[in-house]
Design a protein around this ligand. Structure first.
Ligand code: ADP
Ligand code: MG
Ligand code: ZN
Length: 475
């Protein structure tokens, strides 16, 4: 019996504001425990929360970028539960009236595009952190993170495979980074994902019972955990058992999910509107202000690269993978107007170099202008392709421009026949055997002769000119 997986993702993105969502405490990471706290985020009696406007700004931008409708009026609600990292005994979130609803993203995998619905986006505060002592039965509480702004993005159960889930998450993260509203770092916890998974018989339209998988802290693990969970549910059903609605914990070291707790229902949280916060009213002017403050998004940029620069879709995907990378590409292009050549050098030599050195594009030792300078020398036949590769390496090591390196090392390509002629003559004289075989019909030996000339000129001879001279002299 075949099954179809059904997946819906809940993503929490930590927003890059300087201060917390309802007080003016710093959100800076790494401070000594409990130093970024105040009566508001410590949940003292009698204090009042004040909404950080930047949190709303950022969430409106995300809503627009994911094709959601920004609601003219939304509300904060209290989600009540007890846990030592939650001093108030409730988390301020949004429930019945979230800030944004009804969006979607188009996700491309294996040449196919699928539209994944986004049910809602809402704002909420983060909880604190428990630090468990490894040696003694003691846990400590650090409330620095309490009140850090989060945006929760909930997808429709539209996802049908772990790959699409992974790609959806990658696209969300890319958008967050383009908008510069979240670090989107899964390993560091600024981008977290809970995956809801169920399976149903192939062809069915009735969803099965779902489990919610937590502790997915890398893209690789999201896909692995989903594969595991789908297989586990399948086996259970085929054995005549039933899936229990529950929260399961992904154990990365064991590669399995284990039951954590029964799934809470909404009524367990006793949601109610937070009486301390006014309804949030957003007018069109606010939305338009945010819209005009948004950069070109990855999907639009990619479409433009394909239509205007005639780049293959795969190239456009790589180059728009981050805002910094596509900015680099465009900066290079403005100085050297050959999109495919620039794309090849960035995706090959430059990304290879950065990868080997563990650097980000904005730490590139070769600036876009300098790369364009190198490509100009190559395009104008001043240097050969082979020399260009070594010049590029020297540029990365020394930070010097291609022009300076070529001059200093005397790497200018030699196209002058009077300079190449005597070298060719010498090589022909030194290799009578090969010359005989070539003239006897072994035309493949041309490569050998070209190689010899290139070796003798340390790669500086213009291969086109060398070929021509050789053909003439060898007959
Ligand atoms: P809760 O807040 O209790 O987790 P929601 O109704 O907000 O519940 O749904 C959370 C996520 O679960 C959404 O992403 C939704 O798409 C997904 N989901 C709902 N039903 C199913 C199902 N049967 N199988 C897989 N995912 C589901
Ligand atoms: Mg949930
Ligand atoms: Zn505070």
């Amino acid at each position: 019996m075949e099954f179809t997986p059904v997946i819906g993702l809940e993503v929490h993105a930590q927003l890059k504001t300087k201060t917390k969502i309802f007080c003016s405490c710093s959100t800076a990471f790494g401070a000594p425990p409990n130093t970024h706290t105040c009566p508001v985020c410590l949940g003292m009696p009698g204090v009042l929360p004040v909404l950080n406007k930047k949190v709303v700004d950022y969430t409106i931008k995300m809503a627009l970028a994911t094709n959601c409708t920004v609601q003219p009026e939304s509300r904060f609600a209290r989600k009540n539960y007890f846990y030592p990292d939650l001093p108030k005994g409730y988390q301020i979130s949004q429930y019945e009236l979230p800030i944004a609803t009804g969006g979607y993203l188009d996700i491309e995998t294996g040449g196919q595009t699928q539209r994944i619905g986004i049910t809602r986006i809402h704002m909420e505060e983060d909880a604190g952190k428990l630090i468990h002592d490894p040696d003694r039965p003691i846990s400590r509480v650090d409330l620095n993170r309490t009140g850090t702004p989060l945006m929760e993005i909930v997808s429709e159960p539209d996802i049908r495979s772990p790959e699409v889930a992974g790609e959806y998450l990658r696209q969300l993260r890319t958008i967050l980074r383009y908008l510069d509203i979240s670090d989107g770092n899964m390993e560091e916890g600024s981008f977290r994902c809970d995956a809801n998974v169920s399976i149903m018989p192939l062809g069915s339209t009735t969803f099965g019972t779902r489990t919610e998988v937590k502790n997915l802290n890398s893209f690789k693990h999201v896909e692995k955990a989903l594969y595991y969970e789908i297989a586990r549910q399948k086996e259970l059903l085929l054995d005549g058992g039933q899936v229990v609605q529950e929260t399961r914990l992904w154990q990365p070291d064991k590669g399995q999910t284990v039951s954590m707790r029964g799934k809470e229902d909404a009524h367990d949280y006793r949601y109610f509107p937070d009486p301390d916060l006014l309804p949030l009213v957003i007018d069109d002017a606010w939305i338009e202000r945010m819209r005009s403050d948004m950069p070109e998004l990855p999907a639009q940029r990619k479409a433009r690269y394909i239509s205007d620069y005639e780049l293959p879709s795969a190239d456009a995907t790589v180059l728009t993978g981050s805002r910094e990378l596509s900015d680099y590409f465009e900066a290079c292009l403005s100085a050297f107007d050959q999109p495919k050549t620039v794309a090849n050098w960035i995706m090959g030599d430059l990304l290879g170099l950065l990868n080997a050195k563990g650097l980000d594009i904005d730490q590139s030792p070769v600036s876009p202008d300098d790369l364009a300078g190198l490509l100009k020398l190559l395009g104008d036949d001043v240097i050969s392709g082979k020399i260009a590769k070594t010049v590029f390496e020297t540029m990365a090591e020394t930070g010097k421009s291609a022009k300076v390196i070529v001059e200093e090392k005397g790497l200018v390509q030699v196209s002058d026949t009077s300079a190449i002629d005597p070298i060719v003559d010498a090589i022909i004289a030194d290799h009578p055997d090969e010359v005989g075989r070539y003239r006897g019909g072994q035309k493949k030996l041309m490569g050998f002769f070209v190689g010899q000339v290139m070796k003798a000129t340390k790669g500086k001879a213009n291969p086109k000119v060398v070929n021509e001279i050789l053909r003439n002299k060898l007959g």
